[in-house]
Structure formats: C-alpha cells, structure tokens
Design a protein around this ligand. Sequence first.
Ligand code: SF4
Length: 596
Amino acid sequence: MTTYRLAFVDLSANNVDYITLSWDDVSGFIGGRGLGVALVYRNSASADALAGDNLLCVMTGPLTGSGFPMANRLTFIFISPMTNTIAWANTGGYAGAELRNAGVDGIVVKGVSERPCYLYVSRGVVEVRDASSLWGRGAVDAVMAFRHMHGDCRVLAIGPAGERLVKIATVVNDTGRSSGVRHGVGCVMGSKRLKAIVIRGSPRPEAKPADASRFIQRLKEAQSRIRASHLLNHENGLLAVYGTPIAVEALGSNDAIPVKNYRETTLPEYSRLGGRAMAEGVLINRMTCSYCPVSCRRETASSQAYSFRVEGPDYAQISSLGSNCMVMDLEAISYMNYLCYELGIDPIEAGNALAMLAEASELGYVEEGLRWGDVERMLGLLRAMALREEGLGEVLSYGACRAAEDLGCPELSMSVKGITIQNTDPRVEPAWGLLNAVESFGGAVHIWVYGQLIQSLAKLGVDVRIRDFNDAWEVASESYRKQVEVAVLDSLQVCAFSSYAIPLETLAGALEAMLGRKLDAGQLEYAGLSILEAEKLVNEVRGINWSSPLPRRFLEEEIPSGRHRGRVCELNPLLREYSGVAKHPTPPLEAIPKLL
Ligand code: SF4
C-alpha cells in the first residue's frame, strides 16, 4: 500500500468522487485518526457540528486489514455537537478491515441528504441508497435488516436517538462495539440523514505488503509478544480471559472506581461487577476483532429478569451505568447496555448523566428524579433521553454537562469540555486528571496510562511494561509520551491494548515492509506529535484553549473514605510541567487536499 484511496461523498448533491493520496502526502499524519484530523483542519475546522459542511471522516489506517495482529480499528473524525471540539470515535470489530477489503481506505461525508439514506460500499465503489424504510428502526434492528438485505456484510448504524439529533447519540458497529464511539457521532450522522454505512468487502485481504517476507517476520514477532504477555495471552492473559471488566477488580481493589457520580472511590462489593462475576453469570461467549488473537470482547445474555443477548458491557460501561449509579447487578447493567445500543445512545455518557441526576435528586435540585440503584427508573429515563421526551428526557439528551446546567447544579457534572470523564477518579490518578484536562477531544480519554491501575494489575499478577511514576514532571512526561503513542496507534489503526506487548519499533517495521519505504519508530513518533498539534490547531480555530478545567469536585472535594481518603487532584503543577514537556512541531497540513 503506497496510496490512500478516499471516497468523497456529497450527500446534498448525491454524488461520490474518489481521491487518491500518496504516502508522501499523508506520511506526516500516517492515516486513520491523523489523516482525519488533517482533513478536518483543511476543510471544516470552523464548521457548525450539525451543518452539512461538518465533514464526517470514516478512516482506516495503513495496517488495517493487513493481517497484522490487532490492526483492525476504524475511526470517525468530526466536529462534535457535544464538545464543539475536534472529536474522535474509535471502534474495533470487523468494519475497518472490511472497508479496506472493499477497496476503500476512507470515506469523507459532507452535505445533508434529501431523504434518509445509507452508503453501500463494495468493490471499490460507494453508492448512496435510500434508507427511508429503515428510518425509525432501532440501531441493532437496523443492522439485522441490512444484513438480511445484503447478506454477509458489516454495518455501522444509528438508532432513533441519532435520527432525533440527540447530542449523545452513538453509532453501533454491527450489533455492539460502541464503547469508544462517543462525542455524539450518531448525532452528526443523523444530521446528514445517514442511517448507516454498509460494507461488503472481498473475502481476501486487499492490503498487500510490498515486502511480504519482512512483513511476516514482524507479524510473527508481534504474535509471540502477545503470547508472552500476562495481560494479552489468549489462554491465560487477564484481559483475554476476563475482558475489560477485569479493570473492576483492578481498580475496585485499589479504591479507584467511580461511585455515586464520582463522589466516592470505594465500593466494598466491587467484585459483584467484575470480570470473574461476569464469567460465572451473564457471559455466554468471548468475541474478538479481526486479526486479534486476544479476544477481550464479551457477549452476554439472559432470559431471567431481563431478556437480551448483547456485546459487552465493557469496563467503562459497567463503571458508568453500574458503580457510578449504584447498580450492583451485572444482568441489569448488561440489559441497560443493550438498550443503549438499540436506541443508539452512548452508554457511558448516558450512565454518567443518570449518576448526575441521582445526586441532583438526592440534593433536592430535582423532584421525581432518580434514586441510586433504581434500575426500572433508569430504563425509563434511557428511553426518554433517546426519544427526547418532554421533561427529563429532553434535558438528559444533551449529556451530563448541559443537563446539570439546566437543572441548576453545574457543579454536579463530571465533564471536561462538555463530555463526561470515564473509568477512574483524577484524585486517585493524577495522570488521569492531566490527560482529561489536556486532550483536545475533552473528557472521553481512552489512554490507560495511570499508575494506580498499573499497580493494581501488578497485584493481580500482570507483568506490565509501564512503570509507576511519582513526581509532577514524571506524570507529565509519561502522560505526554503515552498521548503521542496512542495518536500513532489510532492512526495506524492498531488497538491501543497492543501497547502492553508490541513496541513502536515492531509496528514501524511492519509499516516499513507494508510500504516498501524506509521508516523507523522515530518518524512515527514525530507524526504523533504533529497529530496532537493539528488537533490543538483545529480547536484554536474554534476558540478553544489547549487545556480545560476539571470539575471542581476533583480539585477541591477530598475523597471521603478508603485508602485515598483526603486526596484532591493537584492539577496546576501537572499543567506547568506538561506545558514544558509538550512539543510544538509544525504539522505538514499543506500536503492535505482542500475538498470543499
Ligand atoms: S484486544 Fe480486544 S478490543 Fe483490542 S483488537 Fe483484540 S479483541 Fe478487539
């Protein structure tokens, strides 16, 4: 692969053009997230999020679908209707590899279709087709209907929430896989009247390496590193065997889990929500993404109190819909997760918005709001927010940040740049506070870098490569290094969990063999720096500063109990060190074409 073939879809004009970029054009951004960010900077940096000129970039990377282990991601880049910033939504599964096998490396969508439509991608061609008969259907239901129509295909679809321009709407990837798909990307698809992207690739990988024998060498090296990993080994790695819910055990045992809208971090009965409890209860299947030997995805089902069969929930969904709302029942959490998928709303933002509502209700800001752990009420509110029902449904449909403002208690929203943080508490994990403050996308950070988790995993027997760090400079420099690394992975479109086993040198070697060009890890890292800088430049155009304040709770309210009792997040020293550590290269943006 030495070229990058983009389909440029104008829904207003019902027209599709194709653009071929050379590796020389895109090398400064690698592909995937980086190329999407550069395209947005060049074409739609000042666009209104719901206007036709907000480009929706659906990108793969140069290793996607090549057969290289864990190289399977697909990334949406766009201006977010939740945060008004550059935004990123990343998903695994099979759609990324399928898109490349269909002869398209990325799709850039502009405009607004006259009537509901979907994109059908096959044999190198993207067609705009009528989706009127499926408008109004649930996202999972629509995926099944498209499969019925087109046979063996991959589908990215929105539900009723996206159609109604709910700000927290997500995109469902096949029948699940929405845990990283935040920032209201479903709302952007809905604003274009785009119900789905249906992809039917050829059964054989289209991404062929220029130097096949060197590529296979690197591929085998990566496979053996994954086998040697205590986290990723298919048979006994903790992430592989228990999925991301193992983080409940890791963070719960370290008093580092979100509880009651992040008021507390201690949950004595955390193990009821963990990977081991899932394995003994609702788990029916381990799933994987294309070319991944790990299989960390979970499939759950029940026909007892609730009837469902669904992918997930992942750790972030368990901590948002579960511990943060005081729901201690994996069956109920799995069902709520299923409902979020079918309605097409982001389960993490929805859970955190409900946690905010429960606290607001307890403090008297809302009458007839929500009690902690009231699953039946939560189910009703999830439906109400997805359908924008009058009252709390409409209020919550904007996400926790705007909802808390509307309810008169903005201090109860645990959001940064308008989107809630996830996973753990910045008072316990200073690096988590810093990353949420400086990431251009806002609070939905997915960089698992922080020391407490590392220590916790080590206690569970995992030999992790990232060491713990102590002073402000170490936190800042390690956080920045990790940001750069993840920007590279998201642009190569390799799963971020690979960083626990596969070094950048191996990835650079694989890319070198794929392209048949000299390339090293230093060049990838430099591209990572440029990508972070380009993201900041998009935000600058929109008047958004490089750092954002954290919610007051994390900065001023001491953790009330547990081993971290009394701690707050000391953000300012971290920001000072970070601004000294961060580099500011000039991204080669002029190499990226203007499309509008
Ligand atoms: S580790 Fe998990 S999320 Fe990552 S590619 Fe493998 S199965 Fe998918």
